[in-house]
Design a protein around this ligand. Sequence first.
Ligand SMILES: C[S@@+](CC[C@H](N)C(=O)[O-])C[C@H]1O[C@@H](n2cnc3c(N)ncnc32)[C@H](O)[C@@H]1O
Length: 258
Amino acid sequence: MPSSPPTTAAFDATHARNYDRQIEPIRGFKDALHLLVQGAFARLPETARILVAGAGTAAEARHLAPLHAGWRFTLVDPSAAMLDAAREHAEAEGFVDRCEFHVGWVSDLPVQAHDAATSLLVSHFLVDEQRRVAFFRDIADRLKPGGLLFSADLAADLEHPSFATVMDLWLTLYVAPERQDSYRAMFGHGVAAHAPAQVEEMMVQAGFAPPAACYQAALIRGWVTRKAAGSGLATCASPLAPSSPRPLPATPRPRPRS
Ligand SMILES: C[S@@+](CC[C@H](N)C(=O)[O-])C[C@H]1O[C@@H](n2cnc3c(N)ncnc32)[C@H](O)[C@@H]1O
């Protein structure tokens, strides 16, 4: 199943122009994520190739490029406008010659070419579970054996007693008061509301080792994992591949507000 969602129209030219400013209220969350990615990838070779899935305006590459002069980056994103902004940043900061920009899907890229991948604030746009699994599998297929993935996304256990408090924290920090009701209504529909355990299971289904949870900031969760040994191309019939996918834990749906 292709991992292309119908959600990316939102990342149009206007959004691309405003994105860096719009994300500013949670900049501290992103800074911490980038620090963790830096640590997770610290032992990669000097000539590593990094796949940046859903690269947006290149925040991940902008953090890593000055730290590793030999690393090369494949920035893939279905939004041409976001990648235009990414290219402008890369040019201004002097690492554009180490970047390849692909407007489109991860599945469009050559296979097994990368030492590591990031997917920051992307996979929650895949509300459908199997599409989200396919997105992770597309990344796994583009990693060398044992390649690393750092993934961070919105994830929430809607049944957990802490959910209301954590959602309230997220809304307070990130969503203007007049938009908070519509954000609550959108959560689980416009963006996925899969529980952290479900997201972990999706990564495993996609061919990664059980991920290590290493980050939470309000609704954002982060994991580091590795392409599992024996995880071949999803398109190949592999004797190691399960004959049918393991069922995912059920997705609790957001309760209607009274
Ligand atoms: C919230 S932005 C995050 C950008 C960047 N990773 C960051 O942390 O600043 C999400 C980006 O994911 C892209 N995107 C959405 N669905 C995607 C998909 N299925 N595959 C790749 N990118 C996708 C959007 O176009 C957008 O640029």
